[in-house]
Ligand binder design. Structure first.
Ligand SMILES: C[S@@+](CC[C@H](N)C(=O)[O-])C[C@H]1O[C@@H](n2cnc3c(N)ncnc32)[C@H](O)[C@@H]1O
Length: 309
Protein backbone atom coordinates (compact mmCIF):
# COMPACT_ATOMS: atom_id res chain seq x y z
CA UNK A 1 0.00 0.00 0.00
CA UNK A 2 1.26 3.48 -0.82
CA UNK A 3 1.94 5.79 2.13
CA UNK A 4 -0.51 8.71 2.29
CA UNK A 5 0.85 11.99 1.00
CA UNK A 6 1.79 14.57 3.57
CA UNK A 7 -1.33 16.41 4.77
CA UNK A 8 -3.76 13.68 3.67
CA UNK A 9 -5.50 11.16 5.90
CA UNK A 10 -6.14 7.48 5.30
CA UNK A 11 -9.79 6.78 4.80
CA UNK A 12 -11.36 5.49 8.00
CA UNK A 13 -14.48 3.34 7.75
CA UNK A 14 -17.34 3.71 10.19
CA UNK A 15 -20.87 2.43 10.40
CA UNK A 16 -24.11 3.95 11.69
CA UNK A 17 -24.56 7.58 10.81
CA UNK A 18 -26.75 8.07 13.87
CA UNK A 19 -23.58 7.77 15.93
CA UNK A 20 -22.47 10.98 14.16
CA UNK A 21 -25.41 13.38 14.50
CA UNK A 22 -23.46 16.46 13.41
CA UNK A 23 -22.88 15.01 9.94
CA UNK A 24 -26.37 13.63 9.67
CA UNK A 25 -27.71 17.12 10.37
CA UNK A 26 -25.36 18.82 7.92
CA UNK A 27 -27.32 17.07 5.20
CA UNK A 28 -30.77 16.74 6.66
CA UNK A 29 -31.08 19.74 8.96
CA UNK A 30 -31.55 22.24 6.17
CA UNK A 31 -35.36 22.13 6.03
CA UNK A 32 -36.06 22.50 9.71
CA UNK A 33 -37.66 25.95 9.73
CA UNK A 34 -39.85 25.15 6.73
CA UNK A 35 -40.95 21.89 8.31
CA UNK A 36 -42.00 23.51 11.57
CA UNK A 37 -43.78 26.30 9.64
CA UNK A 38 -45.66 23.62 7.75
CA UNK A 39 -46.55 21.64 10.88
CA UNK A 40 -47.90 24.77 12.59
CA UNK A 41 -49.94 25.67 9.51
CA UNK A 42 -51.30 22.10 9.28
CA UNK A 43 -52.28 22.14 12.94
CA UNK A 44 -54.07 25.48 12.51
CA UNK A 45 -55.94 24.23 9.45
CA UNK A 46 -56.70 20.61 10.35
CA UNK A 47 -56.14 20.28 14.09
CA UNK A 48 -56.31 22.25 17.33
CA UNK A 49 -53.50 24.74 16.75
CA UNK A 50 -52.44 23.85 20.32
CA UNK A 51 -49.00 23.84 21.87
CA UNK A 52 -48.42 20.25 23.00
CA UNK A 53 -46.23 18.48 20.47
CA UNK A 54 -44.81 14.98 20.32
CA UNK A 55 -42.00 13.84 18.06
CA UNK A 56 -41.55 10.07 17.84
CA UNK A 57 -37.96 9.18 16.84
CA UNK A 58 -36.86 12.80 17.32
CA UNK A 59 -33.24 12.02 16.49
CA UNK A 60 -30.70 14.77 17.16
CA UNK A 61 -33.48 17.21 17.97
CA UNK A 62 -33.43 19.74 15.13
CA UNK A 63 -37.25 19.92 15.05
CA UNK A 64 -37.48 19.70 18.85
CA UNK A 65 -35.24 22.75 19.15
CA UNK A 66 -37.08 24.79 16.53
CA UNK A 67 -40.52 23.99 17.99
CA UNK A 68 -39.31 24.81 21.51
CA UNK A 69 -37.93 28.16 20.32
CA UNK A 70 -41.44 28.94 19.11
CA UNK A 71 -42.84 28.40 22.61
CA UNK A 72 -44.26 24.92 22.06
CA UNK A 73 -44.10 22.20 24.73
CA UNK A 74 -42.32 19.28 23.18
CA UNK A 75 -41.97 15.63 24.10
CA UNK A 76 -39.53 13.61 22.04
CA UNK A 77 -38.11 10.14 22.18
CA UNK A 78 -35.65 8.09 20.19
CA UNK A 79 -34.00 4.69 20.24
CA UNK A 80 -30.49 6.20 19.88
CA UNK A 81 -28.72 7.57 22.95
CA UNK A 82 -26.18 9.36 20.74
CA UNK A 83 -28.94 11.24 18.94
CA UNK A 84 -30.72 12.10 22.21
CA UNK A 85 -27.47 13.37 23.74
CA UNK A 86 -27.04 15.69 20.78
CA UNK A 87 -30.65 16.83 21.13
CA UNK A 88 -30.21 17.67 24.84
CA UNK A 89 -26.96 19.52 24.19
CA UNK A 90 -28.51 21.94 21.75
CA UNK A 91 -31.17 23.22 24.17
CA UNK A 92 -30.69 26.09 26.62
CA UNK A 93 -31.53 25.42 30.32
CA UNK A 94 -34.80 27.37 29.91
CA UNK A 95 -35.71 25.35 26.80
CA UNK A 96 -34.89 22.09 28.57
CA UNK A 97 -37.60 22.86 31.14
CA UNK A 98 -40.22 22.79 28.38
CA UNK A 99 -38.90 19.67 26.68
CA UNK A 100 -39.09 16.03 27.72
CA UNK A 101 -36.69 13.72 25.94
CA UNK A 102 -36.42 10.03 26.67
CA UNK A 103 -35.07 6.82 25.19
CA UNK A 104 -37.87 4.73 23.77
CA UNK A 105 -39.02 2.83 20.71
CA UNK A 106 -41.81 3.82 18.36
CA UNK A 107 -43.45 0.43 18.94
CA UNK A 108 -43.64 0.95 22.69
CA UNK A 109 -43.71 4.59 23.71
CA UNK A 110 -46.48 5.40 26.15
CA UNK A 111 -46.69 7.98 28.92
CA UNK A 112 -49.95 8.03 30.92
CA UNK A 113 -49.80 11.81 31.57
CA UNK A 114 -49.84 12.42 27.83
CA UNK A 115 -52.89 10.30 27.12
CA UNK A 116 -55.40 12.35 25.07
CA UNK A 117 -53.23 15.47 25.48
CA UNK A 118 -51.20 15.86 22.29
CA UNK A 119 -52.10 18.51 19.70
CA UNK A 120 -49.53 17.55 17.08
CA UNK A 121 -47.47 14.41 16.72
CA UNK A 122 -45.15 14.35 13.74
CA UNK A 123 -42.80 12.02 11.98
CA UNK A 124 -41.78 13.59 8.70
CA UNK A 125 -38.83 11.96 7.07
CA UNK A 126 -39.74 8.33 6.41
CA UNK A 127 -38.64 7.27 9.89
CA UNK A 128 -41.95 5.42 10.14
CA UNK A 129 -40.60 2.96 7.58
CA UNK A 130 -38.09 1.64 10.12
CA UNK A 131 -40.97 -0.20 11.72
CA UNK A 132 -40.34 -3.52 10.06
CA UNK A 133 -43.62 -5.41 10.45
CA UNK A 134 -47.33 -4.70 10.27
CA UNK A 135 -47.58 -5.45 14.00
CA UNK A 136 -44.85 -2.94 14.85
CA UNK A 137 -46.36 -0.24 12.64
CA UNK A 138 -49.82 -0.88 14.07
CA UNK A 139 -48.56 -0.77 17.65
CA UNK A 140 -46.88 2.57 16.93
CA UNK A 141 -49.92 4.11 15.29
CA UNK A 142 -52.33 2.91 17.96
CA UNK A 143 -49.99 4.06 20.72
CA UNK A 144 -49.65 7.51 19.14
CA UNK A 145 -53.40 7.75 18.54
CA UNK A 146 -54.00 7.21 22.26
CA UNK A 147 -51.89 10.24 23.05
CA UNK A 148 -53.69 12.59 20.65
CA UNK A 149 -56.49 14.93 21.61
CA UNK A 150 -59.70 13.98 19.74
CA UNK A 151 -58.91 16.83 17.32
CA UNK A 152 -55.15 16.41 17.41
CA UNK A 153 -53.22 15.34 14.32
CA UNK A 154 -50.48 12.87 13.58
CA UNK A 155 -48.48 14.16 10.61
CA UNK A 156 -46.72 11.26 8.97
CA UNK A 157 -44.40 11.83 6.01
CA UNK A 158 -42.87 8.98 4.04
CA UNK A 159 -42.38 7.67 0.52
CA UNK A 160 -44.90 5.25 -0.85
CA UNK A 161 -43.47 2.41 -2.92
CA UNK A 162 -43.98 1.74 -6.58
CA UNK A 163 -43.70 -2.05 -6.65
CA UNK A 164 -43.27 -1.96 -10.43
CA UNK A 165 -39.96 -0.13 -10.07
CA UNK A 166 -37.13 -2.30 -11.40
CA UNK A 167 -34.14 0.00 -10.99
CA UNK A 168 -32.53 1.31 -7.79
CA UNK A 169 -32.92 4.95 -6.84
CA UNK A 170 -30.04 7.20 -5.95
CA UNK A 171 -29.68 10.63 -4.37
CA UNK A 172 -26.61 12.74 -3.71
CA UNK A 173 -26.42 15.65 -1.30
CA UNK A 174 -23.64 17.97 -0.17
CA UNK A 175 -23.11 19.69 3.18
CA UNK A 176 -20.44 21.30 5.39
CA UNK A 177 -19.54 21.08 9.06
CA UNK A 178 -16.89 23.67 9.89
CA UNK A 179 -14.01 22.81 7.55
CA UNK A 180 -15.35 19.33 6.84
CA UNK A 181 -17.06 18.62 3.54
CA UNK A 182 -19.87 16.07 3.67
CA UNK A 183 -21.06 14.12 0.63
CA UNK A 184 -24.12 11.95 1.16
CA UNK A 185 -25.21 9.19 -1.24
CA UNK A 186 -28.36 7.21 -0.55
CA UNK A 187 -29.50 4.17 -2.51
CA UNK A 188 -32.86 2.51 -2.30
CA UNK A 189 -32.76 -0.91 -3.95
CA UNK A 190 -35.68 -2.46 -5.79
CA UNK A 191 -38.64 -3.25 -3.54
CA UNK A 192 -39.26 -6.82 -2.39
CA UNK A 193 -43.04 -6.96 -2.73
CA UNK A 194 -43.63 -10.16 -0.76
CA UNK A 195 -41.25 -9.28 2.06
CA UNK A 196 -42.64 -5.72 2.06
CA UNK A 197 -39.21 -4.10 2.24
CA UNK A 198 -36.56 -2.20 0.28
CA UNK A 199 -32.82 -2.51 0.92
CA UNK A 200 -31.29 0.87 1.79
CA UNK A 201 -27.70 2.08 1.86
CA UNK A 202 -26.33 5.42 2.92
CA UNK A 203 -22.76 6.55 2.47
CA UNK A 204 -21.46 9.70 4.12
CA UNK A 205 -17.97 10.69 3.01
CA UNK A 206 -16.44 13.32 5.26
CA UNK A 207 -13.22 14.99 4.27
CA UNK A 208 -11.41 17.82 6.01
CA UNK A 209 -8.12 18.70 7.64
CA UNK A 210 -6.65 15.37 8.80
CA UNK A 211 -9.93 13.57 8.23
CA UNK A 212 -11.26 11.17 5.64
CA UNK A 213 -14.19 9.13 6.89
CA UNK A 214 -16.63 6.86 5.14
CA UNK A 215 -19.71 6.16 7.23
CA UNK A 216 -21.73 3.42 5.57
CA UNK A 217 -25.10 2.43 6.96
CA UNK A 218 -27.37 -0.28 5.58
CA UNK A 219 -30.88 -1.21 6.60
CA UNK A 220 -34.28 -2.20 5.25
CA UNK A 221 -37.26 0.11 4.98
CA UNK A 222 -40.76 -1.34 5.10
CA UNK A 223 -42.75 -0.65 1.93
CA UNK A 224 -46.31 0.66 1.49
CA UNK A 225 -48.36 1.43 -1.54
CA UNK A 226 -51.30 3.79 -1.05
CA UNK A 227 -53.80 1.00 -0.34
CA UNK A 228 -51.49 -0.70 2.17
CA UNK A 229 -50.92 2.58 4.00
CA UNK A 230 -54.64 3.44 4.14
CA UNK A 231 -55.59 -0.01 5.42
CA UNK A 232 -53.00 0.28 8.18
CA UNK A 233 -54.30 3.71 9.22
CA UNK A 234 -57.87 2.38 9.33
CA UNK A 235 -56.80 -0.62 11.40
CA UNK A 236 -55.11 1.76 13.84
CA UNK A 237 -58.27 3.86 14.28
CA UNK A 238 -56.90 6.83 12.34
CA UNK A 239 -58.42 8.54 9.35
CA UNK A 240 -56.70 10.60 6.69
CA UNK A 241 -57.99 14.18 6.80
CA UNK A 242 -55.58 15.53 4.16
CA UNK A 243 -52.57 14.55 2.09
CA UNK A 244 -49.65 16.71 1.00
CA UNK A 245 -46.18 16.02 -0.40
CA UNK A 246 -42.61 16.87 0.55
CA UNK A 247 -42.93 20.34 -0.99
CA UNK A 248 -44.69 21.20 2.30
CA UNK A 249 -47.10 23.53 0.50
CA UNK A 250 -50.39 23.92 2.34
CA UNK A 251 -52.02 25.32 -0.79
CA UNK A 252 -51.11 22.25 -2.86
CA UNK A 253 -52.68 19.19 -1.24
CA UNK A 254 -52.35 15.87 -3.05
CA UNK A 255 -55.44 14.88 -5.00
CA UNK A 256 -56.89 11.39 -5.04
CA UNK A 257 -55.16 9.31 -7.70
CA UNK A 258 -51.98 11.40 -7.59
CA UNK A 259 -48.91 9.44 -8.67
CA UNK A 260 -46.48 11.26 -6.43
CA UNK A 261 -44.86 8.90 -3.97
CA UNK A 262 -43.62 11.43 -1.40
CA UNK A 263 -46.58 11.82 0.93
CA UNK A 264 -47.43 13.67 4.06
CA UNK A 265 -50.55 12.14 5.63
CA UNK A 266 -52.50 14.17 8.16
CA UNK A 267 -54.14 11.62 10.44
CA UNK A 268 -56.78 12.07 13.12
CA UNK A 269 -58.30 9.62 15.61
CA UNK A 270 -61.53 8.14 14.30
CA UNK A 271 -64.12 9.51 16.71
CA UNK A 272 -64.73 7.09 19.54
CA UNK A 273 -61.43 5.32 19.03
CA UNK A 274 -59.61 7.59 21.48
CA UNK A 275 -61.55 5.98 24.33
CA UNK A 276 -60.12 2.57 23.44
CA UNK A 277 -56.94 4.26 24.48
CA UNK A 278 -57.82 3.77 28.12
CA UNK A 279 -56.04 0.45 28.26
CA UNK A 280 -52.46 -0.19 27.21
CA UNK A 281 -51.93 -1.93 23.91
CA UNK A 282 -49.60 -4.90 23.91
CA UNK A 283 -46.24 -4.20 22.28
CA UNK A 284 -45.84 -5.57 18.77
CA UNK A 285 -45.29 -9.30 18.99
CA UNK A 286 -43.73 -9.59 15.58
CA UNK A 287 -41.26 -6.78 16.17
CA UNK A 288 -37.63 -7.73 15.61
CA UNK A 289 -35.65 -8.27 18.84
CA UNK A 290 -33.77 -5.15 19.95
CA UNK A 291 -30.29 -6.38 19.10
CA UNK A 292 -31.11 -7.43 15.59
CA UNK A 293 -33.14 -4.31 14.96
CA UNK A 294 -30.27 -2.06 15.96
CA UNK A 295 -28.36 -3.12 12.88
CA UNK A 296 -31.37 -2.67 10.66
CA UNK A 297 -32.59 0.70 11.87
CA UNK A 298 -31.58 4.12 10.51
CA UNK A 299 -32.79 6.76 8.23
CA UNK A 300 -35.66 8.47 6.64
CA UNK A 301 -36.55 10.40 3.57
CA UNK A 302 -37.20 13.90 2.52
CA UNK A 303 -37.70 16.48 -0.22
CA UNK A 304 -37.54 17.82 -2.86
CA UNK A 305 -39.06 14.94 -4.85
CA UNK A 306 -37.17 12.66 -2.53
CA UNK A 307 -34.19 12.77 -0.25
CA UNK A 308 -33.84 9.32 1.15
CA UNK A 309 -32.74 8.90 4.70
C1 LIG B 1 -33.97 10.08 10.02
S1 LIG B 1 -33.83 10.23 11.73
C2 LIG B 1 -35.10 11.39 12.02
C3 LIG B 1 -34.84 12.22 13.22
C4 LIG B 1 -35.78 13.41 13.38
N1 LIG B 1 -37.17 12.99 13.43
C5 LIG B 1 -35.56 14.40 12.27
O1 LIG B 1 -36.49 14.66 11.49
O2 LIG B 1 -34.46 14.94 12.19
C6 LIG B 1 -34.50 8.70 12.26
C7 LIG B 1 -34.40 8.46 13.74
O3 LIG B 1 -35.19 7.31 14.03
C8 LIG B 1 -34.60 6.63 15.12
N2 LIG B 1 -35.22 5.29 15.16
C9 LIG B 1 -35.10 4.29 14.25
N3 LIG B 1 -35.87 3.25 14.61
C10 LIG B 1 -36.51 3.62 15.75
C11 LIG B 1 -37.46 2.99 16.60
N4 LIG B 1 -37.91 1.76 16.33
N5 LIG B 1 -37.93 3.67 17.67
C12 LIG B 1 -37.46 4.90 17.96
N6 LIG B 1 -36.54 5.55 17.21
C13 LIG B 1 -36.08 4.92 16.11
C14 LIG B 1 -33.12 6.72 14.83
O4 LIG B 1 -32.34 6.51 15.97
C15 LIG B 1 -33.02 8.15 14.27
O5 LIG B 1 -32.67 9.07 15.26
Amino acid sequence: MRAPQKGTALMEKRTDWYEHPEYYEAIFGTDTVREVDFLQALSARHGTGGSKWLEPACGAGRLVEEATRRGLKVTGYDISEAMLAHARKRLTPAERRRVKLSPSRMEEFFVPELEGQVDVAHNLVSTFRYLDSEAAALAHLKGTRRLLKPDGVYVLGFHLTDYARTTPEHERWLGKVGKDKVVCNTHEGTPERRARRSPMRNRLRITGPGKDWLIETTWFFRTYDGAQARKLFRDAGLHVVAEYNFDYDLEAPEKRGSRRLDRVFVLKPVSGSASTAARPEAPAEAATPAKKRASVKKTAAKKPARKGR
